[in-house]
Design a protein around this ligand. Sequence first.
Ligand SMILES: [Zn+2]
Length: 309
Amino acid sequence: MTPTRHVFALLAAASLMAGSRAEAALNVVTTTSDLASIVAEVGGDKVSVQSLARGYQDPHFVEAKPSFVVRLNKAELLVVVGRDLEIGWLSALITQSRNPRIQPGADGYFDASLTAKILDMPEGQLTRAMGDVHPLGNPHYWLDPENGRRIAKALQAKLAQKDPANAAYYAQRTADFERRLGEAQQRWKSLMAPYKGLKVITYHRSWTNFADAFGIDVIGYVEPKPGIPPTPQHTLDVIQAMRAQQIKLILVEPYFDSKTPNSIAAQTGGKVVVLPPSVGGLPEAADYLKLFETDVNMLIAAIKSVGAK
Ligand SMILES: [Zn+2]
C-alpha cells in the first residue's frame, strides 16, 4: 500500500466510525423525568433518553435499583438536577457504574442547575443540619418554565458538543421548543392572572419557582423544614396561619402521606390538592409542557371549587 492509499484507508475507517456515531442515538440518562422530557425535546430521534426516577417518586429519596448501574454504565451523557437533590442516592450509583464519561467533572456529566435561576439561596453557612434537604438553594427549579428554556439551551450546546454532526438539528429542535413554550407561557400566565397574590400552603418546598413564575404566594409548609416530617406543634401553627389569613388550599406532592394535610384541611375548611411536580406524576402530565398545563388547570379548578378568591 502506498502512503497515499494508506491515508485514504484511514480516512475511510474514520468516516465509517463517524457515520456509526451519527446513526446510533446518543445514549443519555437523566435523574428525573422533567430533564428527560427536555432532553427529548432538544435531542429528538438523535438521542435515546431514560430517566432513573419516575415522576411520581420523591426525587430526594429514590430507591436505587441494580438496573440503574447498568444504564449509567452505558450512558454517554448524564443529566442531573444538582443542588444536592440527588445526594442521597446518585453518587454511589455513578461510582458503581465504572463509567469515566459521566463522573462529576467529566465531559458527560451535565448539571442542569448551573444555568437555572435558583431561589431560596441559604444565607450564611451551608449545612444540612436539622435535616434541611435544600442546603444549596431550591432544587425544584424546573417548575419555572423560564428555567426549562434555560436548561434546553444549555443542553443544546452540550448535545452539539457531543454530537457535532447533528448540531443544526439540535438548534432547530430547541428553537421549536422555545417557540411552543413561549406561546404556552403566555396562555398559562393569562389563566393565572386573576389569582395573582393567592396564598397557599404546600407540603414540601417544591413550588417556590412555580409560585414565582405564576404570581402565587406560598405562606407556609406542612413540613417544618424541607425533608422533615410534620410535627404536632408545626401543624398547629399552619392551622392558625390558614385561619388568620383565610387560606383554603394545601398543595401536596403525590408521594407524601395525606394524613396531616387532610387533618389540616378538615380543621380549616380548606382543600387538599394533589398536584404533580414532575412529568409523569399524573398520566396527563406526560411531558414538560403538559406538566404545566396539568398543574395550572388543576390549580384553577381547585381555586374555583373553594371560592378562594
Ligand atoms: Zn425538595
